[in-house]
Structures are given as C-alpha cells and as structure tokens.
Design a binder for this molecule. Structure first.
Ligand code: SF4
Ligand code: SF4
Length: 480
C-alpha cells in the first residue's frame, strides 16, 4: 500500500533510462507503477488465453488421466506425474533430456520470438495482470483514480477500499498457495490436509502459510520487481536477443520526430512536413505495467505484455493513422522499414524446436509402464539340476510406474533355456518397487563358455516392454 508521501510514477524523465530502473528514484525509493487499464485486440486475446491457462493452473492437480493427476511434482518423494504419466528416479534420463530440451527451446525460442512466454504464458504475468490487477481496477478504479486514492488522506472510504482489496488479495494468495501445495503433495494429499486436524499436519500447514505470505507479498507489493530483479529469464534475454529477434518495438523511423497532433493536419500532410506519427501522448507509457517507455528501445524490464501496442493502436485509429507504430517486429525489420516476415532463421529455429519437441514426445510415449532390472545373486555359482541343466540365481527388481497392479512375467529369448520367477505368477503393486528372485536354467549345449550371454524378455500385461541382457555363469569349457 503506498502512502500519501510516497513518490509515484507520473510522467518519468527517461533521458537517463539506461542508468537506473524506472521504478526507483535517485535515492533508490520505490516509484509505484499505476498502470492504466489496457484495452484492445491483444489484451482481449490475452484475456481469453488467461482463462484457459488459469483453468489449467487451478484444475491441474484435480484433473485425472488414468487415475493420475495431470501434473504433480512431488520433490519430497521424488515422484513426478506429467500428463498422467508417473516418473520415478529411474526415469531421470528422460527428465534430464526434458530439461536440456527445455533449455535449448528457451534459448532458440527467445532468440527468435523474444519474450512471448513472459507476456502471454508466464503464471506471474497471467496472475498479476489478469487476476490481481483486474481486481484492483474493479475496486480502486483506473490508474488515475488509484493515484488519487493513494495520495488522499485516510478516510473511511479509502480504508474500506484498501481493506477489501487486500483481503481479496490475501484470500486469493491462500488459494494459490493451496494449489501450489497440491502440485507437490497431490490433490488427495491436500484434501486430507485441509479436512484433518491441522495439528496432525504442522509441516503442511506451515508450508501453506509460507506460500500464502510469499504470493501475497509478490502480487500486492513486489509486482513487476519479480520480473526485473528476480526472474533469471528476464536477465538472460539481454544476451539471447539479437537484431533479428522479434520483440515488442517502437518504429522510430515512422514515429520520429514526435510532435503533438494537429487536428487540421492530415496524415499525409504531417508526413510531408517531416513529422513522425508519434504524437507524444504518453499512453504507451501509462499502460506499461513495468513503467518503461518502449520508445527508448528494447529494455530488460519489458515483459512483452503488448499493452503498449494496444494503447498506441487505439491512438493511431482515433487519428486515422495506420496502426502498428508499436508492434511485434525485429530491430532489423524496423531499420529496413519491413513488416514482420518469415526469415530462414525463424524457419530453421522453429524446425529445431519441433524436432526437439518430437523427440521428447517419443521418449515419453515409448516409455514402459514397468521397468525391470536383473542382477546375479552375489556369491552364487551355477547349480547342476536333476534334469542335467545348469541354473543361475538372480535378484530381480520391478518398478511399476502406473497406479494399477500390473501382471508381469519373464521369458528367455536366447539361448534356448527357461527362466522361473520366484512367486510367479507375479503382479507388481501399483506405484511400487517389488523385489524377488529368478532362476535361469540352460542346457549344457546352450553354453558358449564360462560366461554365456542371455537375453530375457520382460512382459507386462502380456506385452513385451523390455529386453534384459545378462551373463550366465557355467563351468570352464575343457579344451579339446
Ligand atoms: S502511444 Fe503511440 S503516439 Fe502515443 S506516445 Fe506512445 S508511441 Fe507515441
Ligand atoms: S513496454 Fe509495452 S510490452 Fe513492454 S512491458 Fe511495457 S507495455 Fe508491456
């Protein structure tokens, strides 16, 4: 909550914008951003997308696929569920590949498309601009009314508005904290937590209170500073972007030199007089949630929310000037006066992104529900059997990655012989590790030496899901 004496961002002086952040004064005091309510095609598009994203965010832990949540990241038990598929520490390589793919995608995506993620998809932006900011507009009015309310002396009306806003912010933060917790412990865990005696779940209760306070602090106070100071992605973009990257940009060739609008002058006359299209109205600055002036060029604080595009387009429309003075464009595109076009770089990077996405999808889809490992029992040698065959004893482990019991069996594939699982027929319990033993029997004619390579098929639900290769110990072969 700002106070009457707190300095606010009215019409900032951006001449030295590279030397300081726009939301702090020379003494380092916070300059509160009163962002004007955006309106326009991009804002409407973001609003519709945010409805979908918020439904996914809040519904994610409660949506079930095959009995599993859509998404659960239980770091405490090292159990991860993504799109209903359970991942265990045994799947670490898939997670590692997913992380590498994600990193490469971030680099390529940012280098090509700029910070589309920040403006359209990031939970921080979606929640801040599409939930908390809208509540603020509904209670306190647009930027001008908010500024007036903040500088007004405390009264019953001001107190009630502020109290209502912060009570709703706190309740929403509590809800978000609960949802975050359910992404970690699962929706069943959360329901058990909230319906049971809180004294039985002090650590869970503590985590929930902590999450609530953190979210309340972020959305009520910290706001755009989370993107500017904390988010590493924002920092990365300064090294990832180049003159061909698509960013939210002001067309300085078209806009400058700037001059106030003259109602008696047509667009053609204005151009003929050497005046740019920017009328210096400052609307693009007023709507910016990070308090910057995009006309100064690409800046780290810009989260590509497109509010300034909508604002400037509305000004251009009112003046019957062509839209797009601020638009998605590359620096090279602006300098050459070109509209956005598909360059070879965009095509190649997009193709790489698709290949990586496809590879990851293949790994996820082809991943088996049951994974087995077979190790020779330590210290055990071969045993002669009454039928003349030789046997080896193995320790067998099954991991069932599904939430149902899965029947499994082993079949020897080569050389001719047999494999018997102790306790067969075996059903591996859901989401569990099952340990048992197996005996492999080979006729002496199948042995190729002291060590014989054996291939064993693992069958789950009657379908082969894995082939295990191991060694079978036999007697030394006598040389003829
Ligand atoms: S909204 Fe458009 S016309 Fe107004 S100051 Fe910004 S760039 Fe210039
Ligand atoms: S400069 Fe424009 S796109 Fe960037 S954060 Fe501000 S309003 Fe959003």
């Amino acid at each position: 909550m700002t106070t009457a004496t707190q300095p606010v961002l009215h019409q900032p002086d951006f001449k030295d914008f590279r030397d300081h952040i726009p939301t702090a004064d020379q003494k380092g005091r916070r300059l509160w951003v009163f962002a004007k309510r955006p309106n326009g095609a991009f804002y409407r598009g973001r609003t519709w997308l945010s409805v979908l994203l918020l439904a996914l965010l809040f519904g994610g832990p409660f949506i079930r696929i095959g009995g599993n949540p859509l998404l659960m990241l239980n770091v405490l038990e090292r159990k991860f569920v993504i799109f209903g598929q359970i991942f265990w520490p045994q799947d670490l390589f898939i997670l590692a590949i997913a992380m590498i793919t994600g990193l490469v995608m971030i680099v390529l995506f940012t280098a090509t498309y700029g910070r589309v993620w920040c403006g359209w998809l990031c939970p921080q932006t979606v929640l801040m601009e599409m939930v908390f900011r809208k509540i603020e507009y509904a209670i306190e009015g647009d930027a001008h009314q908010q500024r007036q309310l903040d500088s007004a002396p405390w009264s019953a009306a001001k107190l009630s508005k502020k109290a209502l806003k912060h009570a709703i912010f706190f309740a929403l933060s509590f809800l978000i904290g609960n949802v975050l917790l359910s992404y970690i412990i699962g929706s069943h865990g959360l329901i058990a937590l909230v319906t049971d005696n809180p004294l039985n779940h002090l650590s869970g209760l503590g985590a929930m209170i902590l999450f609530t306070l953190v979210f309340y602090g972020i959305f009520a106070r910290f706001r755009e500073q989370a993107c500017t100071f904390v988010c590493p992605y924002g920092r990365f973009q300064s090294v990832l972007l180049d003159p061909n990257s698509i960013v939210v940009a002001y067309d300085h060739r078209r806009g400058d030199p700037r001059q106030k609008a003259d109602r008696n002058q047509t667009h053609t006359e204005r151009r003929a007089a050497g005046i740019g299209d920017c009328i210096n109205c400052g609307l693009c600055v007023s709507v910016c949630p990070t308090g910057i002036d995009i006309r100064n060029g690409t800046q780290m604080e810009c989260v590509h929310c497109t509010a300034c595009i909508d604002a400037c387009d509305s000004v251009m429309s009112r003046l019957s000037f062509p839209k797009g003075l601020i638009r998605y464009a590359s620096e090279n595109g602006i300098n050459r006066g070109e509209r956005l076009k598909l360059t070879p770089r965009i095509v190649v990077y997009t193709a790489i992104l698709f290949v990586l996405g496809g590879l990851l999808t293949y790994l996820l889809v082809s991943r088996s529900d049951v994974e087995a490992s077979l190790l020779r029992a330590p210290g055990a040698l071969y045993q002669p059997m009454p039928n003349g065959n030789l046997s080896n004893l193995y320790l067998l482990k099954f991991v069932n990655k599904t939430s149902r019991e899965v029947p499994v069996e082993l079949r020897i594939e080569s050389p001719p012989g047999s494999v018997t699982v102790i306790g067969s027929p075996l059903a591996v319990k859901s989401e569990a590790l099952t340990e048992t033993a197996a005996v492999v029997e080979l006729p002496p004619a199948s042995l190729t030496g002291k060590d014989t390579r054996v291939r064993i098929g693992v069958y789950a639900d009657g379908k082969r899901v894995q082939t295990i290769k191991t060694n079978f110990i036999g007697p030394e072969q006598s040389t003829p």
